[in-house]
Design a protein around this ligand. Structure first.
Ligand SMILES: [Cu+2]
Length: 146
């Protein structure tokens, strides 16, 4: 009987792990709504350079998301900035998504459209740019509940 229950529990656990993947620290249980902003995430070696997201659509795995990425504390060259979506599945495995559509609204401010969060779980929006000749990357956790 104990063995039976441990098999059931193991399969439930592995099922939930397959559905909800691992990422950074995120506000679990709430999926971003239009108007929501994330907190600021900063470079570890250049703590005055930070980024945050301002959501413009309800983020879910069925419809393409829309949001604005803002970078603070550095003057970026727009053509040098890349934004993509990443999901860390744990055990060194991860996956991305289709490329997003990105438009520079003003310096350091980027409109992102066609953001396909293709499954529920913990995503990272990765903002990459060159800073003082080096590649810098800020990862903003986004939790998608459905
Ligand atoms: Cu995943």
């Amino acid at each position: 009987m104990t063995k039976f229950f441990s098999i059931v529990i193991t399969s439930i656990l592995s099922g939930s792990i397959a559905l909800a993947c691992h990422g950074g620290e995120v506000d679990k249980g709430t999926t971003p709504q239009p108007g929501d902003k994330t907190k600021q995430y900063c470079l570890s070696d250049e703590t005055s350079v930070c980024s945050f997201i301002w959501f413009q659509s309800h983020i879910n795995s069925n419809t393409p998301g829309k949001f604005v990425v803002k970078v603070l504390g550095a003057e970026l060259n727009g053509t040098d900035v890349k934004v993509d979506l990443w999901m860390d599945m744990g055990n060194g495995h991860g996956h991305g998504s289709a490329p997003v559509k990105m438009t520079e609204i003003s310096q350091n401010t980027y409109q992102i459209e066609e953001a396909h969060f293709i499954m529920a779980g913990e995503w990272l929006v990765r903002v990459q740019f060159t800073l003082n000749g080096k590649l810098a990357k800020i990862e903003i956790p986004v939790y998608v509940s459905e």
